[in-house]
Design a protein. Structure first.
Length: 248
């Protein structure tokens, strides 16, 4: 049986899955019974490397992480951001060689869950297997939106869309509310996610602040005008497929 601290850690996985699916009491308890080893990682620390063959999955408990690839001349492309409750390397259950890296963006607390235990869990609980499958499909939907942002949205629209997405994802797991959410990442991180230069990111952020759309207070994003921000980016939250959302 897992320790009390590990059980507490796994409540984050339950919370995430219940934001996109419905779990029974039995399924919820089965997740809480998973074994997990918790570690605290420093900012910029790789969790899994491109080319690794992991035997466990990583559950983010606190802090932020990202998937990324390094291309020629050491250039980094961030492929996705991940927050508490996410299992960003879930695909390693079925795709045995990693084709990208996963790293922390901030100090992060993570829990490692062995593949064998996850396979046993989904074999015994088809509803949990369906929830994980739904999670991977939502992940793919987010990738599609990021691709549209890269290819067809202006830098301003792309960033506005990302802020709307991050707010709703954080709100769905109880980490944001009243149009205020943590944003503990750097302008360089934003640039590498949006395919922009650091200078361009700074220019867009300044424009948004001048138009009273957002306020940045330390590592906190305040969306001052949700309707305007979502309209300018044509943000439609359908692709996040959230089953429930906390009150704004």
């Amino acid at each position: 049986m897992p320790s009390t601290s590990d059980t507490h850690a796994l409540t984050m996985l339950v919370r995430k899955l219940e934001s996109i699916a419905i779990l029974s009491d039995e399924e919820r308890q089965a997740i809480l019974n998973l074994p997990a080893k918790t570690r605290v990682l420093q900012p910029g620390q790789d969790i899994v490397h491109d080319g690794d063959k992991p035997s466990q999955c990583c559950l983010i408990l606190k802090g932020w992480a990202c998937r990324y690839k390094i291309i020629g001349e050491g250039k980094r492309q961030i492929l996705s951001f991940h927050i508490a409750g996410d299992v960003p390397d879930l695909q390693s259950l079925h795709i045995h060689t990693m084709d990208h890296s996963l790293a922390t963006l901030t100090e992060a607390t993570v829990a490692f869950i062995p593949h064998d235990n996850l396979r046993e869990l989904i074999a015994q609980h088809p509803g949990i297997a369906a929830a994980f499958w739904r999670d991977t499909l939502v992940d793919a939907a987010i990738f599609r939106e990021w691709l549209i942002g890269m290819g067809r949205r202006s830098a301003y629209e792309h960033m506005a869309h990302l802020f709307c997405e991050l707010y709703l994802k954080l709100q769905a797991v109880g980490l944001a509310g009243s149009y205020c959410c943590p944003l503990p990442i750097t302008q360089v991180d934003l640039a590498d996610a949006l395919g922009l230069t650091n200078v361009h990111v700074n220019r867009v952020l300044k424009q948004m602040r001048e138009q009273s759309l957002i306020t940045l207070r330390g590592h906190t994003l305040v969306i001052e005008a949700w309707d305007e921000l979502s309209q300018v980016s044509e943000f439609d939250p359908t692709y996040l497929h959230l089953e429930k959302r906390a009150a704004a």
